[in-house]
Each structure stands twice: as C-alpha cells, then as structure tokens.
Design a protein around this ligand. Structure first.
Ligand code: ADP
Ligand code: MG
Length: 583
C-alpha cells in the first residue's frame, strides 16, 4: 500500500457524485424532484439518445435569485432543512443538498433561473463543477437545467450503462412514478424531439393513473382508502385478474415520495394473497401517508429506500387494506399496530415464487432433496433417453398439476406446466430455425392498448416476435393490432402473452443479453412459458399421455427451458421402505 494522501477536491466530488448519479435517469429524477420541491405546476423533460448527450429539465417553479443560484451549486447547500430535527420531519423530496453539485461534477451544465421578483433570470455555465460563465438571461419565471456530456470525465461510469433504449425506459419510469405522485402537475418527456410521455394536469388520481398505466385498465381500478391513527393508506389497485409477470406494476409512495421498497412491495403482494396465480404479480398504486417521525428517508443516497420505525405495522395495514378492498365482505386478517409481522419476517416474499422466473442455480444448489435426507431420487440423470416418457404409463393426475406415471420400478411425478412449456419452447425453436412459421391470420385483429413505455418496447421487439409468427403493428399512437399468431399459440391468451413479454423485456431480464440468438431463445422461452398450460388446468388422462409423447417428440428433455427438472422419480423400493415392508 502507498502513502496515505488526502484526495484532491475534484476527485472527492466525483466519488460523491457516483453515489447519487448512477445513470442518466438519476439526473432526471433529481432535477424532477427539485422542480416539484420548487412548487412547479409544469415540468418538461427533454433527452437526447441515452441521455448522456443531453438532458434538459424546465419548470415553472419558484426559481432562484443570483445569490441562491450561487449557493445551490455548492455541496451540502439546501434550502430544505436547517437542523437534524428537520431531517425527521421531511416533507420535501430533496434535503441532502447533494444533487446539483453531484450532477455538476460529472457533466457540463447550464443552469438558468428566475424568481417572481426579478425582472430577468441568471444563467451559469459550469463544467466539471467549475463556473465558467455567469450572465443575465431573459426568461419566464422558473428554472431550466441543461446537463450535457454526462460522465465525460468519468469514462468508467459510462461503461456500466446499458443501451439507449434501456436508459430511456428508466427515465420514462422515473417520470411515470412522479406523474402518479403529483397528478395536478403537467409533465412531458421528449426523446430526440419526439414526445414520448405527455400528462396533462389531472384533477384526480384515477385519470392520471389511467394515463400512466395505459387506458385499458382504468375502468377496473379499485380505490383504497384506510385511515388509522398516524397512517393513511390510499390509492388504486387492479383486480387480481389483471396481473403482470413481475413487480413492475407495483407503484408505492411514502409521503408522496416514490419508493421501491421490498417491504412495501411484499405488503402489496400479501394483500392479494390467495388470489394470484403463482408467478403473477399485482398492478397497484399505493400511497402511504405517515407521520414523518415514523419513517427514515435518509438511508439511501438516492432516497430510493426508506426505513419504518414500525415496519410490521405498516406491512400489516397495507396488506389488510388491500385484502379488504378486494373482498369487502370477507373476514380480514388482523394485523394490529405494533405486533404485526416484522420486516424480518417478510423477505420470504422476495423469493421469486414464479415457476418461470426461478433461476437455474436455485434448485441446483438446493439439491432436489426431501427434508428427510435422501428420500427422493437425486436430479434426473443428465442424459435424455429417447422414448423415456412414452414408454411409461399414465396412472393419474394429482391436483390438476402433476401427471403421475410409472414403470415397473418407479413412480414419476411430472410438472405438467413445465413439461408443456418445454414442448412449446422446443417447437418454437424449430420453427425459428427452419424459418418456416405456420401462422394463423386472425379474422379480427386483436387490438391492444399499451402504455407509452410498453409501446416503446413493442417497437423494439416487433421484428423479433414477427420471426416466430406473432405479427403485430402500430395502430394509433400507443395501440397495436395483432394480425397473426403462430399456430402453436392459437387459443392462448395473446394479449397476456404480449403484455408479459413487454414487461419482461422492460425489466431488462431479456434485453441486456448481448447476443441476438440468446435474446431470441429467451424470448421464446418466455413465450413458451406464458403460452403453456398453467398448473391447475385439468388434463384428461388422454391429454396427459399425449403430453408424454410430445416430450419424446422434442427429444425427451429433462428440464424446463429455465433449467428446472420436469419430474421427480420415487423408486418402488423406497416406497416399500417408508411403508415398512422393507428394512
Ligand atoms: P436538495 O434538493 O437536497 O436541497 P439540490 O442540490 O438538489 O439539493 O438543490 C440545492 C438547492 O437548490 C435546493 O435546496 C433548492 O433551494 C435549489 N434548487 C434546485 N433546483 C431548483 C429548482 N428547479 N427551482 C428552485 N430551486 C431549486
Ligand atoms: Mg434536490
């Protein structure tokens, strides 16, 4: 190790900036928060490319005087708190006084602002934190911050950024969240001079939520409203029939601040417990208004997470409010303040329950082993045996989920959903490889209304999905028309398949994968998964036998497309040992 040295100020600033400004969307978030804190009624965001080139945020808020501007650009300068006590009574979005200086440290910024009492505004040009120019400027009241060449002096940071499309989606997500938090404020987002989001000032939350989520789901939204001493829970939630394949549809807010907190997400999911199919997640907009002393917002540099003093109580109230709204007459779960499940108990909800999402590693590391030691067979042998499935006899179906079949020596328990998924996956792959897609033209095209972000993802993947036979095209500004589907998917819920796909891509599960082939395989795995018989759908014994034959036709695979075993084998001798027929 070398000698200890105090770092130069410029480097200190760059390091500090790294915590707050992680990607272009972080700039959008911080500037948006400042505009809202300044009481803006209208905020316009413009972005070029991935946002590295240019992000401009203009507002009509209170603005800053020349002196204020001079202070605002210094680290730890804020108008929002004065003492440590204020930190625990925060109502503003910002308070750390770090955002502007952090942005300034890693980009080239022009910041202009005018207050109501001043006849003109002031404009500062700043590069890597250094003010190069100060001038007067004619402008309306408010503030315009223009951030160019983001990360120009921290090239390492640039390497971690994803594609432009991904960065743009992050920005859209940030704006969508604040648009829900502040329905009365007008927001717009232009990317490369094209309007991607435009939310007119709305008088009520429902209108705003409807335009953010995409019109289709508005009519079905269920209102939440629960006031308890010290905490109010309100919002709008979708019925359990409208779901997504991931948590992207859960929007949570604490004192009007958008937070993505594991506890809050888990509480929302708990509220739907028993009503969602495995692997499906709710769509919900949930606001919690709580005494600021009950919540610490200063646990994360970008304030994305919070910590509650009575986490269990918050969890319980959210879950019961939702549960009650969904089933007004049923007996509610009793979570009383203070003694409800604690934060510690909740992470089980973070374990992905969805069949499709479970990563390969989790079953492999767990081993496929019963609690009582080696009771069960180990993993299926790794070599597929041709004709393995169809040489055995179906003897029944357990709980509409597992096909039971046997040979002389063993009983096999097959996961019907996973098996069907694998068959569909293999067939889609063959179809793609052969280039010959059997499509079924739809007499009446399926019209899907999408939200803006969904639509932008659609535009990106339309070419890919066409290759496997899903033909869809834009039809109106955020609507698409599906004109043909592959034979394999005929009869499936196409609307749901497309929505799920869009959200999976959106969440980067598929998108970041570099190679095209890999990307396509995953799209296909995903489509196969969504198209397949869900556990719970009754198969006749003939259909179960057909499924075994189909498995052999596609090469007798042993795992689902996500790598989980399709079946479990229990030897006759083992059964005899359990029963006590053998020592
Ligand atoms: P914080 O928001 O945590 O106070 P920032 O670095 O984001 O810290 O901003 C510093 C200060 O600059 C704010 O406290 C506020 O007084 C002022 N400011 C920043 N942006 C705006 C804006 N758009 N309109 C008015 N004042 C602003
Ligand atoms: Mg701020």
């Amino acid at each position: 190790m070398g000698k200890i040295k105090v770092l130069p100020q410029e480097l200190i600033n760059q390091i500090a900036a790294g915590e707050v400004i992680e990607r272009p969307a972080s700039v959008v978030k911080e500037l948006l928060e400042n505009s809202l804190d300044a009481g803006a009624k209208s905020v316009d965001v413009e972005m070029n490319g991935s946002g590295l080139e240019l992000i401009r945020v203009s507002d009509d808020g209170a603005g800053m005087s020349e002196e204020e501007l001079e202070l605002a650009i210094q680290r730890h300068a804020t108008s929002k708190i004065k003492s440590i006590d204020d930190l625990f009574a925060i109502r503003s979005l910002g308070f750390r006084g770090e955002a502007l200086p952090s942005i300034l440290a890693v980009s080239k910024v022009a910041i202009s602002s005018r207050t109501q009492s001043s006849p003109h505004g002031y404009s500062f040009t700043i590069e890597a934190g250094e003010v190069l120019k100060r001038s007067k400027k004619g402008m309306p009241m408010g503030t315009i911050v223009e951030v160019a060449d983001l990360f120009f002096n921290t090239p390492a940071r640039k390497k971690f950024l994803k594609t432009s499309a991904t960065e743009q989606r992050h920005a859209m997500d940030v704006i969508s969240r604040y648009a829900i938090a502040c329905p009365q404020v007008r927001f717009s987002l232009q990317i490369n001079s094209r309007y991607l989001l435009s939310f007119a000032s709305a008088s009520d939350l429902k209108d705003r939520v409807a335009s953010v989520l995409g019109g289709m789901r508005a009519k079905d939204l269920i209102p939440l409203n629960q006031e308890k001493p010290g905490i109010t829970v309100y919002g709008l939630i979708a019925p359990p029939s409208e779901t997504r394949s991931n948590r992207g549809g859960i929007y949570t807010f604490v004192n009007s601040r958008s937070v993505r907190d594991a506890l809050l997400g888990a509480a929302v999911i708990e509220g739907y417990s028993g009503m969602l199919m495995k692997g499906r997640y709710p769509i919900a907009v949930v606001f919690i208004d709580i005494d600021p002393h009950e919540v610490d917002v200063n646990v994360h540099p970008s304030k994305a997470e919070v910590r509650f003093r009575h986490a269990g109580a918050v969890f319980g109230i959210i879950a019961s409010t939702i549960g009650e709204a969904l089933a007004p007459s049923s007996v509610q779960k009793d979570y009383s303040f203070g003694i409800a499940p604690t934060h510690k108990d909740t992470p089980r909800h973070d374990i992905k329950e969805g069949h499709c999402e479970e990563p390969k590693a989790s079953w492999q590391s767990r081993g496929v082993q019963g609690q009582d030691g080696n009771l069960f067979d180990e993993r299926p042998s790794l070599q597929p045996v041709p004709g393995f499935y169809s040489s055995k006899a179906v003897i029944g179906i357990f709980h509409n989920t597992y096909v039971l079949f046997q040979d002389d020596l063993s009983l096999y328990i097959l996961d019907q959903h996973a098996a069907h998924e694998r068959v569909t996956f293999e067939r889609l792959k063959t179809v793609y490889a052969s280039g010959i897609v059997k499509k079924q033209l739809l007499l009446n095209p399926i019209i899907l209304e999408l939200s803006r972000p969904e639509f932008s993802v659609f535009e990106e993947i339309a070419g890919y999905i066409a290759k496997i036979g899903i033909e869809a095209e834009p039809f109106g500004s955020t609507t698409i028309a599906v004109r043909a589907v592959p034979h394999l998917l005929a009869g499936s819920d196409i609307s749901r398949i497309i929505h799920d796909l869009l959200h999976e891509v959106m969440d980067g599960m598929l998108h970041e994968k570099r190679e095209r082939v890999k990307h396509l395989e995953e799209l296909m795995a995903s489509i196969a998964c969504h198209a397949s018989v869900r556990a719970g759908k009754a198969l006749s014994p003939a259909e179960a036998a057909a499924l075994l034959r189909e498995l052999d036709e596609v090469g007798s695979p042993l795992t689902c497309p996500h790598g989980r075993p399709l079946y479990k084998k229990i030897g006759r001798d083992e059964i005899e040992r359990w029963i006590g027929r053998r020592p």
